[in-house]
Design a protein around this ligand. Structure first.
Ligand code: ADP
Length: 489
């Protein structure tokens, strides 16, 4: 964008870079993907396939099998057989070796994973290359290390595996969520049936190829594809001992109801509506960058996205102006371009949801500010959007939008901001920006959020537990905590 196109710009246009697209020649995609059951790729019983598309171009990338209840049954039986006959009996050290091998193979094929993740999901290559794929490998490395040390992790508790874990994951971090689910389950001695989201199945299927090559015994990990009905078939299968779910609060509630009265254990990582709080003593430029990173860099497709900003009143005008300026410099477009900050919205349906909320915000009387960028013609795109002067009770503040939309409120005192930040149905994460350690400690004990970042945002590490309060779910993933849901102690 130039100054001529947008006279509001006060600074030079040094962010106009030449295109730098990542090459796609090195990736191998099949035209058609079958279900990965018992160590082999098998056709779905009903012979049905669905298309997975690139949301930035709307081009079909591959056809993917749709598993029905009989396919799910086959996968669960394979997982049970592998659990009883092989995995449960295998010395933990040997189990650990397989998990290490998978971690190393992800690293070896990191570039291919990153490109496919970006093509199938729409996120910028910078994100999939620098965040998703390395973190996925790190999760396997980390949990591989625990496989033969469970007695040290839980002294005097006799940790035992649970059995077959049914795992259902969303589309925002497809490979990473698969790693979060599979790695601790295997380290704890369980076997797995995993279902990726219907819009982003390809990296999980690539992972299935790696798992096959790694020589992991047949049936220890089964990866099946399909939409909600396939997920429901996993949840309702009597042979599944544990359900681990990451996704929307609405589907989480359906699953909790479905397993009520059964012996199935559950962990739920659901929606979020994180507060990012900037105090007057904060390093302002760093905070503005953290806020931008927290909500815009992944199209807002992050359950812990910092989607509500609270600014201390006396610095509000300054911060809002800086945010507007920064919005103008964000690069939106080809997710495969290494300079892109904001990629494509994951699906047409998600774009419709985001647009619905933008209309609601306008109708509620909030002041809207959108970047003046041009959007590509094909694909699903949304301009980064600020809503200023929003009421605490408004729907865009209370409900999860899951898009690049930031609401901005102001506050005067710490008590006020704690009250406002906590006064929503969610409690997954929060961010605090201040120079004072005492304020950080005060807030971390009072904010009802599973993760509180201080003077940074969206930082992840396999060692740190992650999970929510209230309607954001229960159970923790990551760290030693992440082993507990997969063990009988
Ligand atoms: P999102 O809002 O992230 O798309 P969803 O909760 O709709 O989240 O989907 C997350 C995962 O749950 C996906 O893999 C989806 O196919 C699956 N899913 C959707 N409906 C159901 C259901 N009724 N039972 C089990 N899984 C489901």
């Amino acid at each position: 964008m130039t100054k001529k196109e947008n006279p509001k710009l006060q600074f030079n246009t040094s962010w106009e870079y030449a295109p730098a697209p990542e090459s796609t020649d090195h990736i191998r995609l099949k035209e058609k993907y079958d279900l990965f059951i018992d160590g082999k790729f098998v056709k779905p019983a009903k012979g049905k396939y669905f298309a997975t598309i690139n949301p930035a171009t709307e081009q079909v990338l591959a056809m993917v099998a749709e598993a029905d209840t009989s396919d799910v049954d086959k996968a669960v039986k394979a997982a049970r057989k592998a659990y009883e006959n092989v995995w449960k009996k295998m010395p933990p050290r040997e189990r650990g070796k397989y998990i290490y091998r998978i971690a190393r193979m992800i690293q070896e094929r990191a570039r291919e994973f990153a490109v496919i993740e970006t093509m199938d999901g729409g996120k910028p290559i910078r994100e999939s290359r620098d965040v998703d794929v390395p973190l996925a490998a790190n999760h396997f490395f980390y949990y591989a290390g625990w496989a033969d040390k469970l007695e040290y992790a839980f002294p005097n508790r006799n940790p035992q595996p649970i059995g077959v874990a049914g795992q259902i994951i969303p589309w925002n971090f497809p490979l990473l969520m698969a790693a979060w689910k599979i790695a601790p389950a295997l380290a704890a001695g369980n076997t797995v049936v995993l279902k990726p989201a219907e819009t982003t199945p390809l990296t999980a299927l690539k992972l299935a190829e790696i798992i096959q090559e790694s020589g992991l015994p047949d049936g220890v990990v089964n990866i099946i594809t399909g939409a909600g009905a396939t997920g429901a078939a996993i949840v309702n299968h009597p042979g599944v001992d544990k359900i681990a779910f990451t996704g929307s609060t609405a589907v989480g509630k359906i699953i909790i109801n479905a397993v009520a009265g059964t012996n199935k254990k559950t962990t739920m990582e659901l929606g979020g509506k994180a507060a990012n709080i900037i105090f007057e003593d904060a390093p302002i430029d760093q905070a503005v960058e953290g806020v931008i990173n927290g909500i815009f860099f992944n199209q807002g497709h992050v359950c812990c996205a910092g989607s509500r900003l609270f600014i201390q009143e006396n610095i509000a005008d300054k911060v809002i102006q800086k945010l507007k300026d920064r919005l103008e410099t964000l690069i939106i477009g080809d997710p495969l371009d290494k300079n892109t900050d904001i990629g494509a919205i994951n699906s047409k349906e998600q774009l419709a949801t985001i647009n619905k909320y933008i209309k609601i915000g306008i109708n509620e009387g909030a002041e809207i500010y959108q970047s003046s960028c041009n959007l590509p013609k094909k694909g699903f795109w949304c301009k980064p959007t600020l809503f200023i002067n929003v009421a605490q009770s408004s729907r865009i503040v209370q409900e999860e939008i899951f898009g690049p939309v930031l609401t901005i409120q102001t506050f005067r005192t710490i008590e006020e901001v704690i009250e406002k930040a906590n006064n929503i149905p969610y409690g997954l994460s929060a961010g605090v920006w201040t120079d004072k350690g005492s304020k950080i400690f005060n807030l971390t004990t009072k904010l009802r959020a599973g993760v509180v970042w201080a003077n940074t945002y969206n930082k992840f590490d396999p060692v740190s537990p992650f999970g929510g309060y209230k309607e954001s779910g229960y159970g923790r993933e990551g760290g030693i905590h992440g082993l507990m849901p997969y063990l009988n102690l």
